[in-house]
Design a protein. Structure first.
Length: 135
């Protein structure tokens, strides 16, 4: 990641440890994917940003994923915005690589691997958001 801003917000305001971050996009991921992965991505329902009213309060949330870097680590993030303000940030240290969102029935899932089935469900509960292991 090499950006100092995400959606107009300085990365150190999102997390004080972040040095840089980048929101993922189809173009960004396709540029580093091999031809087989590019085809799989094009045929998938994966999204790198999504808008929906997950908590059913008639206000749409915006969800987007990307990668970040700190002084000593790197990883993936998921940001949730509501009314143009960040209300929740989830991060997973490790590889700063692929992650994407997938709407499945009434759930929103955060995948960190294009070929595997591992994901976390994003759940809205009492005005907050949680990640739960997928089944």
């Amino acid at each position: 990641p090499d950006c100092a801003m995400i959606n107009g917000v300085r990365v150190d305001k999102i997390d004080s440890k972040w040095i840089s971050a980048k929101q993922l996009s189809t173009e960004e991921v396709a540029s580093v994917a091999n031809p087989t992965e590019q085809t799989a991505l094009a045929q998938s329902q994966f999204k790198f940003n999504m808008s929906m009213d997950l908590d059913n309060d008639a206000i749409v949330e915006n969800f987007y994923v990307g990668v970040f870097k700190t002084k000593n680590a790197k990883g993936r993030f998921l940001i949730i915005e509501k009314n143009n303000k960040i209300v929740m940030t989830f991060q997973r240290e490790g590889t700063a690589g692929f992650s994407a969102l997938l709407k499945y029935k009434d759930e929103l899932r955060w995948y960190k691997c294009m070929q595997c089935g591992d994901y976390e469900k994003i759940v809205a509960i009492k005005g907050s958001y949680l990640l739960m292991e997928g089944e």
